[in-house]
Ligand binder design. Sequence first.
Ligand code: CA2
Length: 148
Amino acid sequence: MKPLYILNGPNLNRLGKREPHIYGTTTLAEVEEMCRQAAGQRPVVFHQTNSEEQLINWVHEAIDEGAGIVINPAAFTFTSLALLDALKMFEGPVIELHISNIHKREQIYHRSYVSMRADAVIAGLGARGYAVATAAILDILDERASEG
Ligand code: CA2
């Protein structure tokens, strides 16, 4: 069974340790565990990086080996056409995820390049958004498999 790729961009390694009023107190290690629970039998490749190049390389890996992508691109959401181009090459479902509600925040957080490719966007559910996104992408994969 092909794995789900759950990819996280810059600064998210600090999750649970900074700005808890915006991002909560759940750590990235706890998020990873939540995703693995939500994925059940489906294997999960879970990564975080502060490097745009690395994030793109993992999208390339998912193009060859992944069933679906859940991505919190963090600040690259608003800056990276290269990440958007890489995601456009991926044929499976893509869910863009943000812990905070980016639309409730300053204008610079309102224009997402990644949303131009994402099949769905989840924002503002806190860390539980990862479990919701994982469950949703499994549903989408089941739906696509039953459509043949
Ligand atoms: O809400 C999200 O998940 C974000 O993608 C997080 C990004 C931010 O640039 C996006 O606008 C929304 C990263 C925030 C900075 O990194 C932190 C990580 C943990 C704790 C505090 C900050």
